[in-house]
Design a protein around this ligand. Structure first.
Ligand SMILES: [Zn+2]
Ligand SMILES: [Zn+2]
Length: 337
C-alpha cells in the first residue's frame, strides 16, 4: 500500500506540476556564445573555438543512444539531450580555464564528436533537434542548472550532497525513478576472488589494507539505497566512501565492471560477490529512465521536470547572466559519470 501511494505521488508530481511553458527560443542569442573545447584531432589535442549550437550538435549523439526503431522517440531523445548538453555547457563554461579552454571532450565534461564524423542520418536528426530547441536551457531561476546526468540510477537518483559532499541545489536532491527499473539492463553482478580484490585495494594508498582481506561490509546507506560508507578490514582497517570503492575498482577493471554504489555485498570463503542496480553516479537525469519515458510518449519538458524538480525551460540570453555559487562549487566537485 505504501509503495502504491509512493508510486502514485511520484507520478502525480509529473502530471500535476509541469514545467511552465517555455518562451519562444532565441537562436540569435545562443549563436553569439562560443566555447573553447579541447578535442583530439589526428591523435593530438587541439583547442577548437565552437559556436554553442555546433558544440551541442557534436555532443548529443556522443552522449545519448539514438538508435530507436521509432523515429519519433529518437527525435524526442535528441531534443532532450540537446537541452541537457546546452545547459551543461553553459553551467560549466570555464571549468578548464586554468588550462586555457572551457570544456574537455571526455566524460569529465561532455563527450564531443564533430558533426562531420557522425553518420549522415544521425547528423540530420541531431541538427533538427538542436534547431527546434535552439537557445533553450534548463533553469531554476539562477542561471543554467548543473544538468548532471548518468546512464542508469537503478530506481532512485542520488543526492549530489551524498555523492560529493557539501551543499547542492534542491533539484539535485534525488528522486524516485520507477521507469529505469523496467529496463532489462539495470542489474549488474561482479564476483572477485578475495585476493584479487585485496590487490585492487592495495593499488592506492588510501584504500590499501595489506596482506589480508578479512571483511568488507556496507555500514551506511543513503536515502537512495546507495552504499555511502563501507568498512574494509585486513591488516589495516579502512572506512571508504562508496564512490571511492567504485573508483578504485573501475581504475583496474574498467567502468563497466563495478557500475554503481547501489549494491549489496556477499562474502564466501574465497570470493566476494557484488550485485547491484544502475550505472554511474546516479545524480540528476537517469538516461535509461528518460528513454523509457520517451518511448511512452512523455514530453521532453515533463521528463526534465521529473529528474530536476523545481526547474523550467528558459530561452537565452536571460539565463546566461547569472551563475549560482552552488553551481560554481559543484562543477569543481563532480568527478565522473
Ligand atoms: Zn573536463
Ligand atoms: Zn533511473
Amino acid at each position: 500500500m505504501l509503495l502504491a501511494l509512493a508510486l502514485a505521488a511520484g507520478t502525480a508530481r509529473c502530471a500535476t506540476a509541469p514545467l511552465p511553458t517555455p518562451q519562444a527560443p532565441s537562436p540569435q542569442a545562443s549563436a553569439d556564445v562560443t566555447l573553447r573545447v579541447e578535442v583530439a584531432v589526428g591523435g593530438k589535442q587541439r583547442i577548437l573555438t565552437l559556436p554553442l549550437e555546433e558544440y551541442v550538435s557534436g555532443s548529443v549523439p556522443a552522449e545519448m543512444p539514438l538508435n530507436e526503431p521509432d523515429t519519433a522517440v529518437a527525435e524526442r531523445l535528441a531534443r532532450l539531450q540537446a537541452i541537457l548538453a546546452r545547459t551543461y555547457a553553459l553551467a560549466n563554461r570555464g571549468r578548464h580555464a586554468h588550462e586555457g579552454f572551457d570544456l574537455c571532450s571526455t566524460t569529465h565534461c561532455q563527450v564531443y564528436t564533430p558533426p562531420e564524423r557522425q553518420p549522415a542520418e544521425v547528423a540530420r536528426l541531431v541538427s533538427a533537434a538542436v534547431e527546434q530547441t535552439g537557445g533553450q536551457i534548463i533553469t531554476d531561476g539562477h542561471g543554467p542548472i548543473q544538468a548532471l546526468f548518468h546512464a542508469d540510477c537503478g530506481g532512485h537518483t542520488s543526492s549530489a550532497t551524498d555523492v560529493w559532499g557539501g551543499p547542492a541545489p534542491g533539484y539535485l536532491a534525488g528522486v524516485r525513478d520507477s521507469f529505469c527499473v523496467t529496463a532489462p539492463t539495470t542489474d549488474w553482478h561482479l564476483t572477485l576472488n578475495r585476493d584479487h580484490l585485496r590487490r585492487i585495494l592495495n593499488t592506492s594508498s588510501d584504500t590499501a589494507i595489506g596482506q589480508r582481506l578479512d571483511q568488507i561490509a556496507v555500514v551506511i546507506r543513503d536515502r537512495s539505497g546507495r552504499a555511502a560508507s563501507i568498512t574494509v578490514v585486513g591488516e589495516e582497517r579502512r572506512v571508504l566512501q562508496g564512490e571511492r570503492l567504485r573508483a578504485v575498482i573501475s581504475e583496474q577493471l574498467g567502468p563497466r565492471a563495478f557500475r554503481s554504489t547501489r549494491f549489496r555485498v556477499e562474502q564466501q570463503a574465497d570470493r566476494i560477490l557484488f550485485s547491484g542496480q544502475g550505472f554511474g553516479h546516479g545524480v540528476g537525469l537517469c538516461q535509461t529512465g528518460a528513454i523509457v519515458q520517451a518511448r511512452q510518449g512523455e514530453p521532453v519538458r515533463a521528463i526534465l521536470a521529473h529528474y530536476y524538480p523545481g526547474t523550467w525551460l528558459e530561452p537565452l540570453p536571460d539565463a546566461t547572466t547569472r551563475l549560482s555559487a552552488a553551481n560554481s562549487r559543484l562543477r569543481r566537485a563532480i568527478t565522473r559519470r
